[in-house]
Design a protein around this ligand. Structure first.
Ligand code: NAD
Length: 228
């Protein structure tokens, strides 16, 4: 039997971190061998693992990339809300390391990205697009990373430069809802994804972790992991 992938989990005490620990318990191919949260040093923890999974906060990325590069470990980055400079750090690290960076690790949302691209291509510029996203009140960034990715997908598919309107709603304990609305002359098409719990992101991140082992350096998306 293949030995399990040994994972360092960064942001281990958070909502996603604890969900990943729970999901990993039932997965014989994953072993969470180290956990870091605020005030823990990432670099020494990176030494005795096969890869790191980061679901923490955007400003952790400097240390995550530095430690990954130092020990030559693949990274799975689920944290969102990075600044353009922080995104450049990830891109630079991906020249030397395999990195999966995804604003949303759910299979359903990644199929939503695919459907959004197909719909935008077919509907053309007669249909204007907008995005509505709803999350729990504790979410720190707005718009969500997923909504930003959807906007990029729409802009690329419609070959337009102007920004896609995004409405962000923060209420209750909503795990995550995203709707893309296409409005055309006398008709409207809506594509919606609703996350029922965080396990979908945790399962996707662990799947990405198994997929990335042995890959060459590069910046990969969840679309690459799923072969979409
Ligand atoms: P959370 O606030 O519950 O947990 C974040 C954890 O990271 C906390 O325990 C915090 O103490 C810790 N942390 C903060 N700074 C750190 C640092 N420098 N080093 C180590 N640990 C640090 O948040 P959450 O709901 O678990 O979400 C975490 C991140 O994951 C957010 O950016 C969120 O948007 C993102 N997220 C991504 C996906 C996805 O599929 N990509 C899904 C859900 C959430």
């Amino acid at each position: 039997m293949k030995s399990p992938v040994r994972v360092l989990l960064i942001g281990a005490a958070g909502r996603m971190g604890t969900t990943i620990i729970d999901v990993a318990k039932a997965d014989s191919e994953i072993d969470i061998v180290a956990q870091c949260d605020l005030s823990d040093s990432i670099e020494p923890a990176m030494k005795n693992c096969d890869l790191a999974i980061d679901f923490s906060q955007a400003d952790a990325i400097t240390e995550v990339c530095r430690a990954g590069l130092h020990h030559n470990r693949p990274l799975v980055i689920g944290t969102t809300g990075h600044s353009p400079e922080q995104c450049r750090l990830i891109e630079n690290a991906a020249q030397s390391l395999p990195i999966v960076f995804a604003s949303n690790f759910s299979v359903g949302v990644n199929v939503l990205f695919w459907l959004t691209r197909k719909a935008a291509e077919r509907l053309g510029r007669d249909f204007s697009a907008e995005i509505v996203e709803t999350h729990h009140k504790m979410k720190k960034d707005a718009p969500s990373g997923t909504a930003k990715t959807l906007a990029e997908v729409l802009k690329a598919a419609q070959k337009i430069r102007n920004e896609i309107p995004i409405q962000s709603i923060r209420e209750g304990d909503v795990v995550g809802e995203h709707t893309v609305i296409f409005s055309g002359p006398a008709e409207r098409l809506e594509l919606t994804h609703r996350a029922a719990n965080r396990e979908i992101f945790a399962r996707g991140a662990l799947r990405a972790g198994k997929w990335i082992m042995g890959r060459p350096a590069g910046l990969y998306s969840m679309q690459d992991v799923l072969g979409l």
